[in-house]
Structure formats: structure tokens, C-alpha cells
Design a protein. Structure first.
Length: 82
């Protein structure tokens, strides 16, 4: 079994409205040196197989088809045997 740790990031060329809203909030709190805030998604789940290659293929498919928006987001992941 493997634990998958997935990071989904909005592409740099795509505006991140949530990041921008948080950054504006920081400015209102007096944090004047904060800029270029980006909000990403971090997801963990288990993959019930002993075959690492099969786990990699399944995680990739899961990310491409469900977790990440292929138009706006990229993803990367690691697998840890548990």
C-alpha cells in the first residue's frame, strides 16, 4: 500500500482570485510586504496496491480525471510505501 501526497497548483498564467483576496486581507492587517500569494490544494490518500508503477498510473489518472482541472492546474505527487 502507498500513501499518495498530491499538490495541485494553479498555473502561473492563471489569475488566483483566492490568493489575491487573502493578499488584500493581509494588507488590511498591516502586512505591507506580502505579495504574489497563491492558494494551492494538498490532498493525501492511500492506494491499495503493492505495485509502485500501478500506483503511479492510478494516481496520475485520478489527478487528471478528477482532482485537477487540466485547463488551469498542474499537479505533482509523491508515493510513500506504508
Amino acid at each position: 500500500m502507498f500513501k499518495a501526497k498530491v499538490l495541485i497548483k494553479r498555473r502561473k498564467t492563471i489569475l488566483d482570485p483566492q490568493g489575491k483576496a487573502v493578499e488584500i486581507g493581509a494588507k488590511h492587517l498591516g502586512l505591507k510586504n506580502i505579495n504574489s500569494t497563491r492558494i494551492d490544494k494538498y490532498i493525501e490518500f492511500n492506494v491499495d496496491t503493492s505495485d509502485k508503477k500501478a500506483a503511479e498510473e492510478e494516481v496520475t489518472e485520478y489527478c487528471k480525471k478528477l482532482l485537477a482541472n487540466p485547463i488551469m492546474e498542474d499537479f505533482e505527487f509523491t508515493l510513500e510505501e506504508i
